[in-house]
Design a protein around this ligand. Structure first.
Ligand code: KG4
Ligand code: ZN
Length: 351
């Protein structure tokens, strides 16, 4: 792959500024700056603060990535940038920077879908994808099942969450349990010491009737309400909340639904490989339960290491590399951003 085009990937969809360089499936550099510390005290991402942080971080992050790869800007053959979904102001910083670079260097620009990037990045770690596979993208904004052929040209969204995303549900439960923001990792850590069967929390959209109507969709809001009721019960009785047990039983319910429905989707679509991506794939119970149940079912499970699960430049460069390899035309320089970019759309077309 050493003669493959050198692709620069730029990610600025939320609070992470990521720049990476990929040649074929070889990752040459991956640098990320995060503004999470600036948001934590507000209990959520503040879009204005995130946009400003991207402006500050982009130049230094680009320079660091070029240095890490040992290449010059002039060596870059194509630029890929996350054009959506994400926060408008944040996306605009990355896309405007990418346009300026592409124009200045006289090289093609590819606006790509950041959520599909969460799946694409796994090829840098575990090698080329099989002809057909399923992607499970679980993050703070998405819980989606994708059927994928060629990742650059053939992505179908089978289903998604009808309400909260998995990470979002964890962040809300973290708040209920009095844990710091973002709650996901804290709930995960608390769960390690708890009893997974202490509370029988509901598995959304898993009854036979729901499975028929929504075979590929998820719902976590009923679960979140059930957790809230249990927590309120302890508070009303003046008892201490058994944080570890609530966290463990809640984590079990989320992981169980994600794994069960994904395995069923493999059967329905006759595929034997699943790639999991997105910030929530850092969740230890999801990883543990998936490893166990996928192995038992004879389905190959691919999950990249945690640093490639949260937002990063490598996933955008990886998808950009696949788009270039597929011979897709460049995006015109008047492309816009799409904060709601649909998951069936891999690349951004003309405005
Ligand atoms: O993909 P990501 O970095 O950002 C987007 O939402 O696009 O995902 C972040 C989400 C947050 O909701 C965070 O709380 C959750 O993933 N998360 C976790 C864990 N690590 C991150 N949730 C549960 N367990 C974890 N270990
Ligand atoms: Zn993401």
């Amino acid at each position: 792959m050493s003669d493959a085009p050198l692709v620069l990937g730029i990610e600025s969809t939320c609070d992470e500024t990521g720049v990476a360089l990929v040649r074929g499936l070889d990752l040459l550099a991956d640098v990320t700056a995060s503004s999470m510390d600036d948001h934590a005290r507000f209990g959520g991402i503040v879009p204005e603060v995130a946009s400003r942080a991207h402006l500050e971080a982009f130049g230094p992050t680009l320079e660091a990535a070029l240095e890490q790869a040992g290449v010059a800007l002039e060596d870059v053959d194509a630029i890929a940038v996350a054009a959506g979904p994400g926060l408008s102001g944040s996306l605009a910083v990355g896309v405007a920077s990418a346009k300026a670079l592409a124009l200045g260097l006289g090289i093609p620009l590819h606006g790509v879908n950041h959520v599909i990037g969460h799946v694409a990045v796994d090829a840098l770690v575990h090698g080329p994808f099989p002809e057909r596979f399923l992607g499970l993208v679980v993050s703070g904004g998405h819980s989606s099942l994708l059927r994928v052929g060629n990742i650059a040209t053939d992505v179908t969204e089978l289903g998604q969450t009808l309400d909260d995303a998995a990470g979002e549900a964890f962040d809300k439960v973290g708040r209920l349990l009095g844990l710091p923001y973002p709650g996901g990792p804290h709930v995960d850590r608390a769960a390690a010491a708890g009893d997974r069967e202490a509370f029988a929390f509901p598995r959304g959209l898993s009854r036979p009737k729901d499975l028929q109507r929504h075979p590929y969709d998820f719902s976590f809001s009923g679960l979140k309400t059930a957790v809230a009721r249990v927590v309120e019960g302890f508070e009303d009785r003046g008892e201490e909340i058994p944080v570890a047990d609530v966290a463990a039983s809640f984590s079990e319910a989320v992981a169980d639904v994600l794994v069960t429905k994904t395995l069923r989707a493999c059967e329905l679509n006759e595929v034997d490989t699943v790639v999991v991506g997105g910030g929530f794939s850092a969740n230890s119970r999801l990883r543990g339960l998936a490893a166990e149940r996928f192995e038992a079912a004879g389905i190959e499970l691919r999950i990249p290491p945690i640093r490639y699960c949260t937002d990063n430049g490598a996933m955008i460069a990886a998808l950009g590399s696949a788009v270039v390899q597929a011979g897709l035309p460049a995006s015109p320089l008047d492309i816009t951003i799409d904060s709601q970019m649909p998951l069936t759309q891999v690349v951004m077309s003309a405005a």
